[in-house]
Design a protein around this ligand. Structure first.
Ligand code: MTE
Length: 316
């Protein structure tokens, strides 16, 4: 992406999740109440910033299309996080001193019950589960990631959006002292993103607080990030501190810099090329060959009803 030279499984399907859980129960392996413990993965508490626990057994896991999950080193070592750097391989090192515990997120705007929640609090309330989902970056690379998270809809149901809440606006922490990239005035910080309320309420729309059974590394968006697996990765905003329910379509960092390249919807669509490159194929990190990009990143069955009657060539 870079751009400014001048200012300018998926969710493991519920059925297989339940089946696996039943299977594990029946074989007497389910120790705790969460699938995470059933898989022998360590708990998701945020007590060990920057040091996700690696569990070799998880590398046997695949998404629902049979693709193996990426290695932890790949997921936590190749990152887009412009607040730290535009160099993907430098982000992890630069993020190593960034403390994500405790982490607070404020939910406000057009809601009946505004509130500020700690990530610990959210984890206690909403019981994060493992969600293996594909992340397809607009730059045409992808990964399969075993997130730990819960549906944004769970949090929204607690704050109760009012009837005029049409969109959700998300904001990353603004603090140039910890995010040196925010001294670069060519980007309109803080990073902002948005979803239409029905997209936000979709069960695949995830707030992730962990990765690979451990906590969410800072470079992947700890304390808490959004994951919207059927959209290009830039919609999946990291290190969120503010969630606002609004009655207008919010501005987003990338669409304000280059509206002809990065639309508000940003649904993965192999038929709409980026003006500077094709979107018909992608490179799965860890390999070299190009694989076909799927409409809605392979989640069409679950999400295309959200876009009935919309021209997806225009609403890119
Ligand atoms: N969120 C913030 N705050 N800053 C960013 O630079 N980059 C986005 C998205 N969320 C970004 C962000 C892009 S372009 C992608 S592809 C994903 O994060 C990458 O997530 P990952 O590093 O965990 O793979």
């Amino acid at each position: 992406m870079i751009l400014p030279k001048i200012p300018s499984s998926e969710i493991t399907p519920k059925s297989s999740y339940l089946n696996r859980r039943d299977f594990i129960k029946s074989t007497g392996l389910l120790a705790g109440s969460m699938l995470l413990s059933a898989c022998g993965i360590s708990s998701t508490s945020q007590t060990n910033p920057g040091a996700p626990t690696s569990n070799p057994s998880i590398s046997l896991k695949t998404d629902e299309l049979g693709s193996p999950v990426n290695k932890l080193e790949e997921i936590a070592g190749y990152n887009n996080f412009y607040e730290f750097s535009t160099d993907k391989e430098s982000v992890a090192k630069l993020a190593s001193g960034f403390s994500t515990n405790p982490w607070l997120v404020e939910v406000f705007g057009k809601v009946n019950n505004p509130g500020t929640y700690s990530v610990d609090d959210l984890e206690k309330r909403f019981k994060p589960e493992e969600r293996i989902m594909r992340l397809r970056c607009v730059e045409a690379w992808s990964m399969v990631i075993p997130w730990v998270g819960f549906s944004l809809a769970d949090l929204l149901s607690v704050v109760e959006p009012t009837s005029d809440a049409a969109y959700v606006r998300f904001e990353t922490l603004y603090d140039p002292e910890v995010f040196p990239g925010q001294f670069d005035r060519r980007y309109p910080w803080p990073y902002q993103e948005g979803l239409r309320i029905d997209e936000a309420m979709h069960p695949l729309t995830t707030l992730a607080t962990g990765l690979y059974g451990g906590e969410l590394p800072a470079q992947n968006g700890g304390g808490i990030r959004l994951v919207v697996p059927w959209k290009y990765g830039f919609k999946s905003i990291k290190s969120i501190t503010r969630i606002e329910l609004v009655d207008y379509q919010p501005s987003t960092l990338w669409s304000s810099i280059a509206p002809n390249e990065y639309g508000f919807f940003a649904n993965v669509n192999p038929e709409v090329d980026h003006p500077r490159w094709s979107q018909s194929t992608e490179r799965r990190i860890g390999g070299f060959e190009r694989i076909p990009t799927l409409p809605f990143n392979g989640y069409a069955d679950q999400v295309d009803s959200l876009y009935q009657g919309m021209d997806l060539q225009k609403n890119y």
